[in-house]
Design a protein around this ligand. Sequence first.
Ligand SMILES: [Zn+2]
Length: 173
Amino acid sequence: MELDKKELGATHYKESALKEGKLLSLAKQPKLQYAWDNGPAIGRYLEELKEGRIIARKCNKCRRIMIPPRMFCELCWRPTDEWVYVKDTGKVNTFSICYVNWDASRIKKGDKPHLPAVIEIDGASEGMGILHVLGEVEPEKIKIGMKVKAAWKKPEEREGAITDILYFKPVRG
Ligand SMILES: [Zn+2]
């Protein structure tokens, strides 16, 4: 069935409304001031990254160790119970060889493709992982299940961000 826009209650704006400044446009650089709160789970997670550690949350009912950590278990429908350190190693759950940038523009000719991957972290429950990137590996050598380890920024350069881990690289041997 085709949906009628009128039935959906959609409101259409005219191009003139944008020009007259009746609509918010990023081109006009609005002075938006806001603060971002990471919350207790991600806040602690990022603090630990600054120290070169990865921390997860455990639910004592289903016994899952969750990464990234969360304060609520969506399966048991109750708060999670404790903090658990996990390793900075893991395995590739899935990956992509990506020839476009975040804004969908094509990467420069000759540049290496981006290698986003979901890494299942050792010590966390099966299937629990974080989205990051792979490094020090040729794209054609990447395999699902490949063992990897975090390549960290130098301690003095870390700022409590997921980018404190530069990338995950293959574990040799
Ligand atoms: Zn649970």
